[in-house]
Design a protein around this ligand. Structure first.
Ligand SMILES: [Fe+2]
Length: 370
C-alpha cells in the first residue's frame, strides 16, 4: 500500500490574505482567467497570462501547445495557477522544463522536470487537481480525452481561498462539485482503495450530499456560506484521486464528454447512477453497501420508497440537471461502437472498477440514459 499527500495545503479567507502570505511579486507568473484577474488581482505586480486567450472551454492538446509557445519565452520563478481544473491541468504542463509539444509529452515514459515553483489555487470545487499530478486534455484528432500523470506535476503548494467561491457561476459549481462527489464515490469502491483513501472519500461524500440538501431546502445562497466545506470536500476527494484513479463512471464520461462536448462534471454525474446500479446488482454485499447506507442516512426521508441510487439520482437531478443522451447528440446505433471505444481507450480507468464492466454493461448504461 502507498498513500501520500504531496503539496502542502494552505487556506485563506480572502485573496488579499493569500497574496500577502505568498508575497506575490513581479517574478511570479499568474495564469488565470481574465475575469478572475479583473475581479481580484488587478493590484498585484505579478505577470498575468490568461487561459481564455488560448481556449474557451476544456483544453485541447493544440490549445496547450499554443500556451507552451508563449510561456517558454517568459522569465519567472513561480507559476501561480488560479482557476478551475482546465487551468490547473494546463499549468502542470506549462511548468515543465521541456521543449516538447503536448502529444510528445503524453507519450509513455516522457517525464521532464520542472522549470519553476508551482502553486495551484482552485476556484471551483471539483476536480481536486490541485493535489494531483495528472493533466487531462482533449485530443480531438483521436476523439477522446486522455489523462497523463507527470512526476513533476505535483504542485509545491495547493491553496484554498474561500473568496474565489463567492463568484463561482452556478453551472460551474454544480458540475465541479458533482465531479468531486463522483471521485469520492468511485475511489471508495476501487479495488485498490485503502483505509486512508476511504477516510477522505467518506468525508467528501457526506459533506457534498449534506451541502446539496441545504441547497435544495434553503437555497443557492448556502453555496457561498458553505464555500470552505465544498473546497475541502473536493480537495479531500482530490487527495484520494492522487493516490488511486477513478473508475468506470469516469471511463465512460471521458469518452462521451469528448465526443459531445459535455462538461466533465456533468458527464460524470450523468453516468454515475446507472453504473452504480450495475455495481449494486453484481456485488451488493461489498463496499457498495456502505455507500448505500450512507446515502440512506444522509438523505433521510428523501430516500424513502426508492433504491439508494435512485434517491441519489433524484437529489442530483435537482442540483446538476442533465439531458437524455439523444439530446446530447448520440444516435441509437452508436451504443455498441461507443462501448468498444471506451474499452479501447480508457483501460487506465476501467481497471479501477468496483466489479469489471463488460461491453454489454456499458451499452446497457447508454440504453438506460438514451
Ligand atoms: Fe473527474
Amino acid at each position: 500500500m502507498n498513500f501520500a499527500i504531496r503539496p502542502t495545503l494552505h487556506g485563506y479567507d480572502t485573496v488579499a490574505a493569500f497574496a500577502q502570505a505568498l508575497e506575490i511579486g513581479p517574478r511570479d507568473l499568474i495564469f488565470t482567467q481574465r475575469i478572475l484577474h479583473d475581479s481580484f488581482m488587478q493590484d498585484l505586480s505579478a505577470q498575468p497570462m490568461f487561459y481564455d486567450d488560448y481556449c474557451a472551454g476544456e483544453p485541447s492538446d493544440l490549445a496547450v501547445d499554443a500556451m507552451l509557445g508563449h510561456v517558454r519565452g517568459l522569465q519567472f520563478d513561480r507559476l501561480i495557477a488560479i482557476g478551475g481544473g482546465s487551468i490547473l491541468d494546463s499549468a502542470k504542463v506549462l511548468a515543465l522544463d521541456s521543449d516538447l509539444d503536448v502529444a510528445s509529452l503524453f507519450k509513455p515514459d516522457v517525464q521532464p522536470g520542472r522549470r519553476a515553483e508551482l502553486v495551484l489555487v482552485p476556484t471551483t470545487c471539483g476536480t481536486g487537481c490541485e493535489v494531483t499530478c495528472v493533466s487531462v486534455f482533449d485530443f480531438p484528432a483521436i476523439g477522446t480525452k486522455i489523462g497523463k500523470a507527470f512526476d513533476a506535476g505535483f504542485a509545491d503548494k495547493a491553496v484554498l481561498v474561500d473568496e474565489f467561491m463567492a463568484r463561482i457561476p452556478y453551472p460551474v459549481f454544480a458540475t465541479s462539485s458533482a465531479d468531486a462527489l463522483v471521485h469520492a464515490l468511485e475511489i471508495y469502491l476501487a479495488p485498490k482503495a485503502t483505509a486512508y483513501t476511504d477516510m477522505f472519500c467518506l468525508s467528501a461524500i457526506r459533506a457534498i450530499l449534506e451541502g446539496y440538501i441545504r441547497i435544495v431546502e434553503e437555497g443557492l445562497e448556502t453555496i457561498v456560506q458553505d464555500a470552505r466545506r465544498y473546497l475541502i470536500a473536493s480537495n479531500m476527494a482530490g487527495i484520494a484521486l492522487a493516490n488511486i484513479l477513478a473508475g468506470g463512471v469516469h471511463a465512460i464520461a471521458m469518452h462521451f464528454g469528448s465526443k459531445h462536448h459535455v462538461p466533465h462534471g456533468e458527464a460524470t454525474r450523468l453516468f454515475l447512477p446507472p453504473v452504480f446500479e450495475i455495481y449494486h446488482e453484481k456485488a451488493p454485499d461489498g463496499k457498495i453497501a456502505d455507500i448505500a447506507n450512507l446515502i440512506v442516512e444522509v438523505l433521510g426521508k428523501r430516500a424513502a420508497g426508492q433504491s439508494p441510487f435512485g434517491a441519489l439520482d433524484a437529489l442530483l437531478a435537482q442540483v446538476v440537471p442533465t439531458k437524455r443522451l439523444s439530446d446530447y447528440g448520440m444516435k441509437a446505433d452508436e451504443m455498441a461502437h461507443y462501448a468498444e471505444r471506451v474499452v479501447e481507450t480508457q483501460q487506465r480507468l476501467l481497471v479501477n472498477c468496483y466489479v469489471p464492466l463488460s461491453n454489454d454493461d456499458i451499452a446497457r448504461v447508454y440504453r438506460q440514459l438514451f
